[in-house]
Ligand binder design. Structure first.
Ligand code: PLP
Length: 457
C-alpha cells in the first residue's frame, strides 16, 4: 500500500474493535513466578487472594494459560465512550527531526481521567459490581489512577475510597476535586483512619507519604470492611491483561494498513501501559512469528529494571500485600522527588520482569530534564501536552528516530502516549524556570532498599 493512503490518524470502526483481551502469559515459556503469602512464603491460593481482591479478578490474576479472555459487553459499552483511541502518525515530529524514521503513537489521553488507567479501572469496577460488593478501596499517587477509578465507580454506582499520598493531596487539589466530583472519598495518606497509617505516622512523624504506604492503608480499609475489596491500577498481571486493549487496537490498526513496527516503546512505572501495548506483538515474538525490539523507559531517579534486582519483594511499605518476584529497588526505597509521579513505584510487573530477564525486552533510564525537553519539543509540533510519565517514551522515541537519521534507516517506531499533563503544570513551571533537579540514586541509596528485601529461598 502506498505511503499516501495512511491517514494522519487511524481510527477503527466499531466492528473492528477487540472483543477479547489478550493474556501474554499464555504464550510465555517461562511464566512469571507465583505470588507468595508473606507469612508462610507459600504460593497464594485463590481463597487467600479473594479476601483482598474481587473473585473474578483473582482468576484473571492466576490464569497463565488462557490466551484470550472475552471483554464483557458492559465493559465494551463503556470503552465505546472513549475508544478506540487514535493511532497517530507523528508527521510533524518526523519533519521537525528530519528523520527517515516513521513514528506512530497510540494516544490514551482522550478521556476525562487523562490516561490509560481507565481501561483497567472500568474492568475492575465491573467485576466488583458483579460480585455484589458495596465498594472498593485504592491508593493513588499522582492521582491518575484514583481519578480513573472514581469515574468507573460512578458509572457502576459503587462506593470508592481513595488513599492519596499526602504530598499529592496537598499539591494537586484539582485532581482531588475531580475524584470528589465523581463521588469518591479521598483521604490523605498516611492517615489516622487505619492501624497501619497510625503506625507509620508514629515511626515517621511529619512524613508526606508514599505509594507503598497508601497501598497498605487501602488494603486495610478493604479487608476490615464488609462488602469491600481492594483494587490496584498497575503492576498486577490482571491490569496488564486489561491494558492489552491498547496493543490490540494498535495492532489491528497497523495490520489494516500493512504497517509493521520495528521498535515499540513505552514508559514503565508498574508496567501496565507498556505491558498492554506490547502484549500482542510480544505474543507473535514468543510464538516465533515475528521479531520486534521492545524498549521500557524509566526515570533515572527510580530505575527498577536498569538498576534493580530480580527478587521476591513486598509490594507495599506496610508489608501486608503478597510477595511478588519482580525487578525491584526494595519496598523501602524512596525515590527522590520526581515529577513523573506515575513512575515512582519501587517494583515492576512480574510479567515484564520475566520477559526482561529472558532477554526479550530492553530497558533504559532517562533523566528528568531531558524528558521535559522532549515533552516540550513534542507539544510544540504535535499539539498534545503530554504527561511527564508519557514523555519518557517520547524521549526514547526521539532518540531512536535520531539514530535512524544518522544511519539513514527507515525504521518504524511505535510508542505509547499514555496521557495528558494538564495537572502537571507545576512540574512544567519548574522546568521553564530551570529549577528542575536530576537526582540519580547512588549505590549507597540503592543498598538501603536492597537490604530490606525479604529473605525468600
Ligand atoms: C500511571 C501512569 C503511568 C505509569 O504506569 P504503568 O502502569 O507503568 O503504565 C504512565 N503514564 C501515565 C499518564 C500514568 O498515569
Amino acid at each position: 500500500m502506498s505511503e499516501k493512503t495512511i491517514p494522519y490518524k487511524i481510527y477503527l470502526e466499531e466492528n473492528e474493535l477487540p472483543t477479547s483481551w489478550y493474556n501474554v502469559r499464555a504464550d510465555m515459556k517461562n511464566k512469571p513466578a507465583p505470588l507468595l503469602n508473606p507469612a508462610t512464603l507459600k504460593p497464594m491460593t485463590a481463597e487467600e487472594l479473594e479476601t483482598v481482591f474481587c473473585k473474578e479478578l483473582v482468576q484473571q490474576e492466576l490464569d497463565d494459560t488462557t490466551p484470550y479472555i472475552e471483554i464483557p459487553e458492559e465493559i465494551r459499552n463503556f470503552y465505546k465512550m472513549y475508544r478506540p483511541s487514535p493511532l497517530v502518525r507523528a508527521y510533524c515530529l518526523e519533519e521537525k527531526l528530519q528523520t527517515p524514521a516513521k513514528i506512530y503513537y497510540k494516544f490514551e489521553g482522550n478521556n476525562t481521567s487523562g490516561s490509560h488507567k481507565l481501561n483497567s479501572a472500568i474492568a475492575q469496577a465491573y467485576y466488583a459490581k458483579k460480585q455484589g460488593l458495596k465498594g472498593v478501596t485504592t491508593e493513588t499517587g499522582a492521582g491518575q489512577w484514583g481519578t480513573a477509578l472514581s469515574m468507573a465507580c460512578a458509572y457502576f454506582d459503587l462506593d470508592c475510597k481513595v488513599y492519596m499520598v499526602k504530598v499529592s493531596y496537598e499539591q494537586k487539589p484539582f485532581r482531588r476535586e475531580v475524584m470528589r466530583t465523581y463521588g469518591a472519598s479521598v483521604t490523605p495518606s498516611p492517615s489516622e483512619t487505619t492501624e497501619v497509617g497510625k503506625r507509620i505516622l508514629a515511626e515517621h512523624p511529619g512524613t508526606t507519604g508514599s505509594l507503598g504506604c497508601a497501598i497498605s492503608e487501602a488494603v486495610e480499609a478493604a479487608t476490615t470492611r464488609e462488602g469491600y475489596r481492594y483494587v490496584l491500577g498497575s503492576v498486577l498481571s490482571q491490569v496488564l491483561l486489561h491494558q492489552s486493549i491498547i496493543g490490540l487496537e494498535s495492532k489491528i490498526a497497523m495490520d489494516k494498513y500493512g504497517i509493521v513496527p520495528d521498535i515499540i516503546i513505552g514508559c514503565a512505572g508498574g508496567g501496565s501501559n507498556l505491558g498492554g501495548l506490547i502484549s500482542p506483538f510480544m505474543g507473535e515474538m514468543l510464538r516465533g512469528e515475528r521479531d520486534y525490539r521492545f524498549i521500557a523507559v524509566e526515570p533515572a531517579s527510580c530505575p527498577s529494571l536498569t538498576r534493580g534486582v530480580y527478587a521476591y519483594d513486598y509490594c507495599d511499605t506496610g508489608k501486608v500485600c503478597p510477595l511478588q518476584k519482580m525487578y525491584t529497588l526494595g519496598s523501602g526505597f524512596i525515590p527522590s522527588p520526581n515529577h513523573a509521579g506515575g513512575l515512582r513505584y519501587h517494583g515492576m510487573s512480574a510479567v515484564l520482569s520475566q520477559l526482561y530477564d529472558d532477554g526479550l525486552m530492553e530497558a533504559r533510564s532517562v533523566g528528568q530534564t531531558e524528558v521535559f525537553e522532549a515533552a516540550e519539543q513534542f507539544a510544540r509540533v504535535e499539539g498534545i501536552l503530554p504527561a511527564p510519565e508519557s514523555s519518557h517514551a517520547i524521549k526514547a522515541a526521539i532518540d531512536e528516530a535520531m539514530k535512524c537519521k544518522e544511519t539513514g534507516e527507515e525504521k518504524t517506531i511505535l510508542f505509547g502516549l499514555t496521557g495528558t499533563g494538564y495537572f502537571d503544570m507545576l512540574a512544567y513551571e519548574r522546568f521553564h524556570n530551570q529549577e528542575m533537579t536530576d537526582y540519580v540514586p547512588t549505590e549507597a541509596d540503592l543498598k538501603v532498599g536492597f537490604d530490606g528485601l525479604p529473605k525468600v529461598e
